[in-house]
Design a binder for this molecule. Structure first.
Ligand code: RB5
Length: 143
């Protein structure tokens, strides 16, 4: 199950994601927003990130204007590794080396054909494990 979340700045791509995931035969759950009316991206990032933490969703695609704010909010959650990506190679490496469980995209920065390619690549790229397992294990800190 893929968790989808956006603010108003990423709303249109979130809707396009649903069609793409349907085509790929992947189930999704939409955590909002529901229109392009102005909202606050953390509200949607937190709701969707919590669903991943609970195990209701396996991973997520979160979208705002830049992908930055929504990834920052998502990354406050233990166990969430959200990667804000603007080029294909970043999307690929975020899976191979970082085991990113959230792909964050910026609707205002990346055109849809590239965003679609990034989503497809991100979804199909496995985590390499090995030495990267140790490194991602060191990301979380106790405060
Ligand atoms: C909203 O205007 C915009 O700030 C938001 O979508 C995002 O880009 C924040 O990082």
């Amino acid at each position: 199950m893929i968790a989808l979340a956006s603010d108003h700045g990423g709303f249109h791509y979130k809707e396009r994601c649903k069609t793409l995931l349907d085509e790929l035969g992947l189930a999704w759950k939409d955590f909002g927003t529901t229109s392009d009316e102005s909202v606050d991206y953390p509200d949607f990032a937190h709701a969707a990130a919590e669903a991943i933490q609970r195990g209701e969703c396996d991973r997520g695609i979160f979208i705002c204007g830049t992908g930055i704010g929504i990834s920052l909010a998502a990354n406050r959650h233990k166990g969430i590794r959200a990667a804000a990506c603007q080029i294909l190679e970043a999307a690929r490496m975020s899976r191979l080396h970082n085991d990113a469980n959230v792909l964050a995209l910026g609707e205002r920065l990346v055109d849809w054909p590239l965003a679609e390619k990034m989503i497809r690549l991100w979804l199909e790229t496995p985590f390499e494990g090995g030495r990267h397992e140790r490194r991602i294990g060191k990301i979380e800190i106790e405060e």
